[in-house]
Ligand binder design. Structure first.
Ligand code: LLP
Length: 456
């Protein structure tokens, strides 16, 4: 038994790379003491470690370049902006050699505002509007990923009207179902994304694209799910796509030059969980691509991937202030125990994932060392809903109390990007920390911002 606080040490797979803990137990990220940051900028706040973001982006690219270089082809890494996008983050990604994947007109607008060259941007979406298609063509995006037969015609017509040839990829479903939760698994067949290989619609769409002179078929796309911790699905999906590519070539003589194997690389959320290692996946994926192409007698295509979570997820923590602390006696069959409800000044409006997916997180007090002893805690928000849980079950120091700063790690992906104004709570800022400096990437919303929309 040691008297070390129960929430120490901080697991390096969960906390941003530059996280340090001082002798008094206070935590700094990017050389910034979170107490000073909270005093100046308030809580809740998303705190993003810029150096870690850059390191992960670069590491991903280098690992994939190495693995695919070894099989004689090139690879592009598109950062999936849906995980979190701001102009600064888009610029960092591009500076580290990545491109940007967008899913809506809003994400496209941010990438363009950041100065990302159009031909380094991809646009997805199962229901793109005419405006989104026109804007993407106008920006000269490198790829529009078409998601239905109807869209083949819509994009071709828009390209003809704009007098351009549209670069398109066709999004297919491979039947591979991978990842954390039904809502975030996208390549099984009974859902809205993509065109089925097994059902024949994928081939039909590819042939339809080749039949339209206003379209340039640049690739076949697959995204099999998100928060994937078992890499084997990627290789199976790659095989099915490459077989489809060979089949199309047999029928039409056109060998598609690129395949995109999507995103989905899982990260650790709880202590002891092992994230997927991008370097290992890259090698396995490259081997699968090389083997299947050799077997089919086709040349190896250019490859692209679209990680979002694995790049930004672990770079960010959400810092909250503790308010009400309330012990609740819970009766269970084998006896009663006390659960300590620790309320913080945010909740499901800044992190919807626990409520939506049952996602699990951890937490630690970051403003001081806790005393000895632990309580079994549930961190909850301030919303008018009992499902407003931030951390389901975590051991916190027994003396956790109002005024403590509590941080939840690994909230960089799908945290701010899925935040809402439920209960008219203004959304927290995103603060980048680096070399002892804080810069505001996205400022805190104010009640005036909320009222500005209320024009009735
Ligand atoms: N590419 C496409 C076409 C996607 O649909 C996605 C995610 C990605 C790339 C990036 O996937 P990632 O590497 O981040 O797993 N809101 C959910 C995740 C939804 C993912 C949707 N698509 C969550 O919070 O878990």
């Amino acid at each position: 038994m040691t008297d070390r606080p129960v929430d120490r040490p901080l697991d390096p797979d969960l906390w941003p790379a530059t996280t340090t803990v001082a002798a008094d137990g206070s935590v700094s990220i990017g050389g910034v003491d979170l107490r000073a940051l909270a005093a100046e900028h308030g809580t809740p706040a998303y705190v993003l470690d810029e150096a870690d973001f850059r390191r992960r982006a670069r590491g991903f690219r280098e690992a994939f370049e190495r693995a695919f270089g070894a099989i004689g082809t090139e690879v592009d890494v598109y950062y999936a902006g849906k995980a979190f996008l701001s102009t600064a983050v888009a610029r960092w990604a591009v500076q580290e050699g990545l491109r940007i994947d967008t899913a809506t007109g809003g994400e496209l607008a941010v990438a363009l505002r950041a100065g990302v060259p159009g031909d380094h941007i991809g646009l997805h979406g199962n229901n793109k509007s005419d405006t989104e298609i026109a804007r993407a063509l106008d920006a000269g995006v490198g790829r529009l990923v078409v998601d239905s037969l109807l869209e083949v015609d819509r994009v071709a017509d828009a390209a003809a009207a704009a007098g351009v040839r549209a670069p398109v990829m066709v999004r297919v479903t491979t039947g591979v179902h991978a990842g954390g939760h039904e809502y975030i698994s996208t390549a099984h067949e009974d859902q809205k994304f993509g065109l089925s290989i097994a059902g024949g619609q994928a081939l039909e769409a590819l042939e339809a694209v080749l039949g339209r002179p206003d379209l340039d078929l640049v690739g076949i796309h697959s995204h099999i799910g998100s928060q994937i911790l078992d890499a084997s699905g990627f290789a199976v999906a790659a095989r099915r796509i490459l077989e489809l590519r060979a089949r199309l070539a047999e029928r039409t003589g056109h060998l598609v030059r690129e395949v995109d194997l999507g995103g989905g690389y899982g990260i650790a959320y709880l202590p002891g969980e092992a994230p997927l290692d991008p370097a290992r996946v890259a090698v396995e994926m490259a081997r699968a691509v090389a083997d299947v192409c050799a077997e089919l007698g086709t040349s190896v295509p250019r490859v692209s991937v679209e990680p979002g979570r694995a790049i930004v997820g672990p770079t960010t923590v959400t810092v909250y202030s503790v308010g009400t602390v309330k012990p609740v006696v819970v009766e269970e069959e084998d006896g009663a125990f006390t659960r300590t409800y620790v309320s913080v000044d945010g909740g499901m409006s800044d992190n919807l994932r626990p409520a939506l997916y049952g996602a699990r997180y951890s937490a630690a007090v970051v403003s001081r060392d806790g005393g000895p002893g632990a309580v079994r805690a549930r961190v909850v928000g301030k919303h008018c809903e009992s499902g407003d849980v931030v951390v389901h079950d975590v051991l916190l120091p027994a003396d956790v109390r109002a005024g403590d700063l509590l941080a939840v790690p690994a909230t960089g992906a799908y945290g701010r990007s899925m935040a809402s104004n439920y209960n008219l709570v203004p959304r927290p800022p995103v603060l980048a920390v680096r070399d002892g400096e804080v810069s505001v990437l996205v400022r805190r919303e104010t009640e005036d911002d909320l009222l500005a929309l209320d024009v009735g």
